[in-house]
Design a protein around this ligand. Sequence first.
Ligand code: PAF
Length: 288
Amino acid sequence: MTVLVAHRADLEELGSPAGRSAVVMTMGALHDGHAALVRAGRGLVGAQGRVLVTVFVNPRQFGAGEDFARYPRTLEEDIAIAGEAGADVVFAPDVTEVYPPEGTPAAAITVEPGRLGSELEGASRPGHFAGVLTVVAKLLHMTRPDLALFGEKDYQQLVLIRAMAQALDFPVDIVGIPTVREADGLAMSSRNRYLSSSARDAASAIPRALRVGQEHAAGGAQAVESVVRRALEEATASAAVPMTVDYVAVRSLDLGAPPRSGEARLLTAVVVDGTRLLDNLPLTLGPP
Ligand code: PAF
């Protein structure tokens, strides 16, 4: 049975599991992508271990004018999905249990993501990754897991969380789990709930464009970026809803400059009818 724990004090009372513990951090509105993270966590810690899911819509990672107020809040369903996927505990704290009172010195302390925090997603969402890293650091301290699992769908977030764990000596293994996709390839995301059926149709062009990019990987990073941009521009021109490409980028695995050949990552963000959708794929660049 999955236990709902709303308060930090109750979390302390759970005591230590017989085996290792894993955490899956979410903002709720769970879908099959989250369930895959929970199942992977269970697989890694085994039956004796503990899998804990956090549900917290973190105000600090939303900018002014973003969707914090309307972000879907579906706690009852989330508990059921988490439990079915193998979670033991759902920790859903209130904002006052996560953050110190505004105006206090402690409320002003944040984790600074460095230069990568203002590139790609960070260029359009200033302060977003400081908000993400701050809450992830806090939730890691509160839950003290051996493993923390994050989806590759938010690849830049995963890279930055790994970098934070390394830089600040968090005693936790950060595990990345491949993106779970809908039948037509669209990456699963809680924000897909915002899409009307015409926006949903338009959004299916995103994974198709990335796959075209993958097919051109032998031509190098610039060739990949231009075919993906072209494919997305064509999709934008024929879409029944407004669609804007924010970026298409090929980067190294840790999101530095792309190598001439070898392993790399292709990333994009596209705003479809007001909903920001992210996706990325692995690539092997250059001639073999
Ligand atoms: O990926 C998310 O859902 C959020 O950014 C996270 C990691 C739960 C932090 O709020």
